[in-house]
Design a protein around this ligand. Sequence first.
Ligand SMILES: Nc1ncnc2c1ncn2[C@@H]1O[C@H](COP(=O)(O)OP(=O)(O)O)[C@@H](O)[C@H]1O
Ligand SMILES: [Mg+2]
Length: 313
Amino acid sequence: MSRRVAVLKGGRSLEREVSLRSGGNVEAALRRLGHEVLPMDADQHLVRNLREQRPDVAFIALHGKGGEDGTVQELLEILGIPYTGSGVLSCQRSMDKVVAKAIFTAEGIPTPKWYAFSEDAFREMGAADTLPEIRERLGLPLVVKPAKQGSALGISVAHEPGEIPRALMTALSYDDRVLLEAFVPGREIAVSVIGTDAPQALPAVEAVPTGDFYDFESRYTPGATELIAPAPIDPDTAAEASRLALACYEALGCRGFGRVDLMLDAEGRLWVLELNAIPGMTDTSLLPAAVEAAGMGFDEMVGRVLDLADLGG
Ligand SMILES: Nc1ncnc2c1ncn2[C@@H]1O[C@H](COP(=O)(O)OP(=O)(O)O)[C@@H](O)[C@H]1O
Ligand SMILES: [Mg+2]
């Protein structure tokens, strides 16, 4: 059945350019599937455009603030337009790494040990004085990241105690809440999940970055990161990665699709870093690589995610 599909892309988040690439790929797939595509930038005219164009459904190809954190999902609920991916609450939970990690821990899902701070705790309560204890408990190096951000923006690895304040300032320039996390040396594994009632984990993908870690540049520069799909890991580890990804997806109440980022350490243990409610769909992204490894094809994935679009949640 051909439908009028609004593709929401761009927006004002720092991941705007990534979203435009994801959205472009989704639009092409939807056209090949025979749908009528209404490309829409998630700008200040979005609500007006949605009202005027009256799409049957919205495919959200937004990443980061505004698009992946429940904001646009809330608007679509009000407008009564079914949309792809997770609902408002699940988006909020997955966008905030501190909230997501607390939920994972409550569910017995391994995630690196962490502490979180708000900017107010620094400014008004002397939180900086606790840094020596934190350093002792988490060890060095440690990772400092904004609670709500994506594409590795604002993340730094502090190797020396003296690097921590600067790392905190960097992270705080992206969000008013930051986390300090134990550094897990190891391999980068991502498991994408598709489905709502009976979600399915796709083959794990390994990202082999050329630099220090999988940063913004190495993610979106073709050739800067090698993606290996399926990841060359033993079957037990692959099964465990799938199990953990599905557990994360269910714990946050996700729908449609999502991607879980993990680290595989030298002892063969897996650690969940985060869940992305709207995985990147650019040519160099992990989800398309997983889809291909599953023998599914990008268009089929887009069609399935579209068929799962709904309101509520
Ligand atoms: N605790 C950690 N140990 C080792 N590397 C990490 C850790 N946290 C983040 N990284 C590195 O930073 C990247 C981005 O971190 P992630 O938590 O997935 O945030 P983002 O939302 O920016 O993708 C990871 O893919 C990994 O390379
Ligand atoms: Mg990530």
